[in-house]
Each structure stands twice: as structure tokens, then as C-alpha cells.
Design a protein around this ligand. Structure first.
Ligand code: GTP
Ligand code: MG
Length: 362
């Protein structure tokens, strides 16, 4: 162990064990800015052999980072919004000035103008008890909203920490800011490490910017009940939307089932007329309309690739233009008529009913 840190993921550097975080070969240790072997392999080969940081270690680093910070940029994934505001994480930040960066706005279909989503985000923040939070919709992928985000961050004092649950794009948001005037523009080759696997950033990693401003990355907080955390990393890769969101439209009547293969089922118990369900998930997720018999067989086969082998059932009332959102998976949105549905999800997965995110609002 030494007192140097990997600039990409924040891990303390060490030269003894390549299977642990922060490994660098001895002969590289004298360089001024260093990247650990894991970050090097993530960047060059897309491989993350060591896996994710432990949730308890991540929590310890976040707490220390929050203490250091004069202000916090809470990064939330717009497509997994409700998972991004766990009370335990919000509690950690109490008393600090917070700005929300609602990221991955590029994944919203063009038919839903982003300017319409401001009031949706506001109403969700009211619902979750953070009514006064300043927020901005952004996309680290295409730069949308970044000038406004940079202006807001300048109100947070000199030490700004990026916080959020795993995989929401904290390191990506920071990386883009470092290339802007606020971050000092073009810099040396080493950047915050980004990967599609949750749990990439290991410890707080600080970046000095013009005017004494320090922007710092932090490891992701691991929330409860996100389906993408309950399955193997390969399946999680297919579930998490990367480049686009896929949608599936199903006319449904009583007795119809919509299957989200291996992951969830929505069984229509009754409708008040001709109803439509529109499903939204990452494009790697397979959807299918089915009968109750098919669903029963499928539920008995269990969850491929999932450590959880048991299902839970919940009866839910959905009004037109409401989404039934399943954390870490996606949502079905009701149209035309009211529905009573039975939702089958892996035990431990969380769900909620909310006003629709995509499409015309009430
Ligand atoms: N489509 C899209 N993908 C994004 C965006 N921002 C980040 N991503 C992707 O989301 C994944 C996670 O990004 P990271 O920046 O590593 O996320 P993080 O929050 O730092 O993750 P941890 O360090 O694991 O907590 C990567 O595959 C990114 O390319 C965005 O604005 N749009
Ligand atoms: Mg990160």
C-alpha cells in the first residue's frame, strides 16, 4: 500500500496483488499521475475482472467525501429516477447544498420534448420530499444541459462532490465538465473511469480546476431492490439502457399477460374498457404477450442468471397515463382505460406507480 491514488477510480495504489483494487506494477509507481491496472483494462479492453466495489466500502467513502464537500451534485438516471433517491443516501447529504443532475436525457424518445419533463421531475422531487432541490436535465453522452449545470455547480463552493447510486453516470458527468471551461478544458490523458458495469469508481477521486474549485468523483451508493443488481452482471448489461430505450405496445384484455422475459410479468386482472400497455426497457430485454398458462410455466422455470429464485406478486391499480415502474428494469405505462394488474417480480425488487414519463401528460 502507498498514499497514492488511482486518478481514474480513486483506489489506493498497491503493488502486491493484481486481484485487488489499485494494483500497479512497481516500475510505474514513480510516475506523477497514475492509473491502476483495472482502470487501464476497463478503458482499453472493456474488461472489469475485479468487479464492483463493496457496498459498505462505497458508503464509507461517500460519507468521508460528503464531509469534505462544500456542496453536492447528486446525479440521478432519468430512466431509473425513483431508484436514484434512496432515503439513506439523501439522509447522508442532509445540511449540504445540493444540485441534481438528472442524467441520460438522450435516451428519452424524440416524441417527448425534454422541456416538458421539467414539471415531471419537479413533481417527483416533491413526492420524494426534496421539493426545493435545484435540478437540471443533462446528457453526459451528448452534452445537453451542461452549460446550465456548470452555472449551478459554481454556487456550491470550492469542493463539489458527485454523488449518486451506481451506474447513473457520475464519472461521465464529471468527465464532460473537466473538458469545459469550469474544469479547465483539455487536460492530460487520464480521466475519471467510466464503464457500463455498476461499481466502477472505488473511492473519492479529486480533480483540481481553475479558481481553486475541486470537483470530486465518488463510488456509487448501492440501492435496495434494483433488478439490475439482483442478476448476473452480463444480464444486467442487457437490462440497463445504453444507447436507446425500446418500447412495446400491447392491447390488453382481462386474462392477458405481458412477459418481460426472465424478469417480470404483468397479468391483466380487469380493465374498464379497451386498454393499452406500453412497455419501456433497455433494448436487450425481451418482451412477449402470453397466456396465463404460459406465464405459470415460465414462472416455475425460475429466473435465469438471477441469484433470487422466488417471485413476489403485487396487485396494482393503474389509471390511464400512469406508469408501473420496476426499479432497475423499466416500466409499463397504461393508456385508454384503467387496469387492475398482478405484477410478478423477483423477491426484493421494488416498484412504484407514478405519472407517465413518456408521452403526453395529463
Ligand atoms: N446513454 C447514456 N449513457 C450514459 C450517460 N452517462 C453515462 N452513461 C453510461 O452509463 C454507464 C455508467 O457510467 P459511469 O459514468 O461509469 O457511471 P457512475 O455513476 O460513475 O458508475 P459507478 O462508478 O459504477 O457508480 C456507462 O456505460 C456510460 O457510458 C448518458 O448521458 N447517456
Ligand atoms: Mg463512477
Amino acid at each position: 500500500m502507498c498514499d497514492k491514488h488511482c486518478q481514474g477510480c480513486g483506489a489506493t495504489l498497491q503493488t502486491e496483488d493484481p486481484t485487488r483494487f489499485g494494483f500497479v506494477p512497481q516500475h510505474l509507481l514513480e510516475q506523477e499521475t497514475l492509473l491502476c491496472q483495472r482502470c487501464f483494462r476497463i478503458n482499453h479492453y472493456g474488461q472489469n475482472e475485479i468487479g464492483a466495489v463493496k457496498p459498505s466500502d462505497a458508503l464509507e467513502s461517500i460519507s468521508a467525501g460528503v464531509e469534505w464537500a462544500t456542496g453536492i451534485c447528486l446525479v440521478v438516471d432519468l430512466l431509473d429516477f425513483e431508484a436514484g433517491l434512496p432515503p439513506a443516501l439523501l439522509g447522508l447529504m442532509r445540511g449540504k447544498e445540493v444540485v441534481l443532475a438528472v442524467n441520460k436525457a438522450d435516451l428519452i424518445p424524440k416524441t417527448t420534448p425534454l422541456r416538458e419533463l421539467g414539471s415531471w421531475v419537479k413533481s417527483r422531487l416533491d413526492h420524494y420530499g426534496v421539493p426545493k432541490a435545484k435540478f437540471v436535465l443533462v446528457s453526459a453522452a451528448n452534452g445537453y444541459g451542461f452549460p446550465a449545470l456548470a452555472d449551478l455547480l459554481l454556487t456550491l463552493g470550492q469542493n463539489v462532490l458527485f454523488v449518486g447510486i451506481t451506474n447513473v453516470g457520475k464519472s461521465s458527468v464529471l468527465q464532460r465538465l473537466l473538458h469545459m471551461r469550469i474544469g479547465g478544458g483539455k487536460r492530460a490523458k487520464i480521466e475519471p473511469t467510466i464503464s457500463p458495469y455498476p461499481g466502477t469508481t472505488v473511492n473519492v477521486s479529486r480533480w483540481s480546476c481553475p479558481g481553486g474549485l475541486v470537483l470530486a468523483d465518488s463510488p456509487g451508493f448501492v440501492p435496495q431492490g434494483r433488478i439490475s443488481d439482483l442478476v448476473e452482471p452480463e444480464l444486467a448489461q442487457e437490462i440497463i439502457p445504453h444507447k436507446s430505450l425500446s418500447s412495446h405496445l400491447y392491447p390488453v384484455r382481462t386474462g392477458d399477460v405481458v412477459l418481460i422475459k426472465s424478469l417480470a410479468a404483468v397479468e391483466c386482472l380487469s380493465t374498464s374498457g379497451d386498454a393499452l400497455l406500453i412497455g419501456f426497457t433497455g433494448s436487450g430485454v425481451k418482451w412477449q404477450k402470453a397466456s396465463i398458462q404460459q406465464m405459470d410455466k415460465w414462472l416455475q422455470r425460475g429466473l435465469e442468471g438471477a441469484p433470487v429464485r422466488t417471485w413476489e406478486e403485487h396487485v396494482v391499480q393503474l389509471r390511464p397515463r400512469e406508469d408501473l415502474f420496476v426499479s432497475g428494469l423499466g416500466w409499463v405505462s397504461a393508456r385508454k382505460s384503467q387496469l387492475r394488474v398482478r405484477l410478478h417480480i423477483p423477491a426484493g425488487a421494488e416498484f412504484t406507480v407514478r405519472p407517465n414519463l413518456i408521452g403526453p401528460k395529463n
